[in-house]
Design a protein around this ligand. Structure first.
Ligand SMILES: Cc1cc2nc3c(=O)[nH]c(=O)nc-3n(C[C@H](O)[C@H](O)[C@H](O)COP(=O)(O)OP(=O)(O)OC[C@H]3O[C@@H](n4cnc5c(N)ncnc54)[C@H](O)[C@@H]3O)c2cc1C
Length: 432
């Protein structure tokens, strides 16, 4: 039977780009169908503030095991070690934390992590299922640390995060910043790939020997497919699978709902830099149940401040619609700087993207529901003997929620699909 291509890749984010590159390197013919008019997916570098700002993925985490770090360097892109200039300020409600309080915060952080690990080691029956139930409470920094590890880092409330998965996906090592942005990096790595834009797949038939994708682009047939859309998009039913995805896969999609993290860039009006150094971090000490935004100031000496909001507060501002995130950011900064914040930062020029309302993402990245261990493996299990593979950040066991996890998952899915094509006589040689 003649087909349009060996491998169809659905989505041109990190996982899709990696899958397409891997499949091409194995000698497969490839087509990539992307719903948006650009590559990069949840990596998006914006230029509206006059300098690059990532509105999605920002850092190359865990640089030592991040496949994108050597690829960026090979492409001649500059990577900056953010950890070399870490300089955080913590607002105590009426003043900045002093040196002794910052030392206390660091000690509390070590104790917090130790307590979480000890909770994980408890015998079954006593072991808590969620991060919230494992996290210590009552100490002067505990609420701040739980808020940081939940909404800010994992994009979900600690009560919505599986304890074991939190520990398996903890990121260690160096955090690198591509000077031109992560979206720019993915654009560079996608150059020359056979991507069709504005081509949302609406139906994917995978019951027969080949696969058929349908959408506004018409129909396209392939020997195998790697589908890289988020679990939010999978759960929304935007792609109708025919036959429906197996129960175990559907359950895994349900067990990996999307968390939300949104960013906003605010530009300085003049010379006032709010007493923050370039790359300075800004956060508030929180009481139990309190929520807040966090900020990174003036990256690379640029004249904008980047604000982050995650978890329930992010969903609330997303639902509140246009302008709500800016209001929140100014309210947050106003608590610290009073009217000075409004004078130092422009309201009329800002950069932001609401990943919660973005129909092609429907969130930032997936968090595993407490007690649902095994869902990431179930989501990435080969279907139809490997001819249908789901891939993307949610599929990676240790680098979930990151570009690196998405990249490795996409490349691995392409290798699996390539191997599956062999018995069907589509490939002339076994992939390495
Ligand atoms: C605010 C924010 C900050 C983040 N910070 C970091 C960070 O600092 N470091 C880090 O490593 N990660 C970070 N992440 C996470 C990172 O962005 C994701 O893990 C990663 O980009 C996911 O890649 P993916 O290929 O799995 O999915 P995606 O990037 O979502 O790619 C899927 C693609 O499929 C397309 N698509 C959707 N539906 C269809 C359809 N029906 N047909 C065809 N195409 C479709 C989408 O448009 C998209 O391009 C952040 C994310 C956000 C939102």
């Amino acid at each position: 039977m003649s087909r349009d291509c060996d491998l169809l890749v659905v989505g041109a984010g990190a996982a899709g780009i990696a899958a397409a590159r891997e499949a091409l390197s194995l000698g497969l013919s490839v087509r990539v169908l992307e719903a948006r008019g650009r590559v990069g997916g949840r990596a998006l570098t914006d230029a509206s503030l006059g300098a690059p700002m990532d509105l999605g993925a920002t850092w190359l985490h865990a640089a030592q095991s991040n496949p994108l770090a050597p690829l960026a360097e090979a492409a001649g892109l500059e990577l900056f070690n953010h950890d070399s200039v870490r300089d955080s300020r913590v607002w105590m409600g009426d003043r900045w934390a002093g040196a002794a309080e910052m030392a206390e915060y660091e000690a509390a952080e070590r104790a917090w992590h130790e307590a979480v690990r000890l909770a994980d080691a408890l015998p079954a029956g006593e072991r808590p299922l969620s991060l919230a139930d494992a996290a210590p409470r009552g100490g002067p920094w505990d609420a701040t640390l739980t808020h940081w590890e939940g909404p800010v880092i994992a994009a979900a409330e600690a009560a919505e995060i599986d304890l074991g998965d939190y520990l398996s996906t903890l990121l260690t090592g160096t955090n690198l910043l591509p000077r031109e942005g992560c979206g720019h990096l993915l654009g560079t790595l996608a150059r020359g790939l056979p991507v069709t834009f504005d081509a949302p797949v609406e139906r994917l038939s995978w019951g027969g020997p080949g696969l058929r994708a349908e959408g506004p682009f018409g129909a396209l047939t392939a020997g195998a497919a790697v589908v890289t859309v988020s679990t939010g998009v999978l759960a929304s039913g935007a792609i109708r699978f025919d036959p429906a995805l197996p129960q175990a896969t559907a359950q895994a999609v349900h067990d990996l709902p999307m968390g939300l993290l949104n960013k906003i860039g605010l530009r300085a009006t003049g010379e006032d830099r709010l007493d923050l150094p370039s790359f300075g971090g800004l956060e508030r000490r929180l009481g139990e149940g309190e929520r807040a935004m966090t900020f990174v100031a003036w990256p690379f000496g640029r004249d904008h401040l980047e604000g982050f909001v995650g978890g329930a507060l992010a969903w609330e501002t997303s639902r509140a619609g246009e302008g709500a995130l800016a209001e929140l950011a100014f309210a947050e900064l106003g608590r610290i700087y009073g009217a000075r914040a409004g004078r130092a930062l422009r309201r009329d020029i800002r950069a932001e993207w609401d990943w919660g309302r973005d129909p092609h993402a429907l969130g930032a990245y997936a968090a595993l529901r407490p007690g649902r261990g095994g869902a990431r493996e179930a989501l990435s299990a080969p279907l139809a003997g490997g001819r249908l593979m789901l891939a993307g950040e949610a599929c990676h066991a240790t680098l979930a929620g990151t570009l690196a996890g998405a990249w490795l998952s996409g490349a691995g899915a392409a290798r699996e699909a390539a191997a599956a094509l062999l018995p069907h006589g589509i490939l002339g040689r076994r992939p390495a």
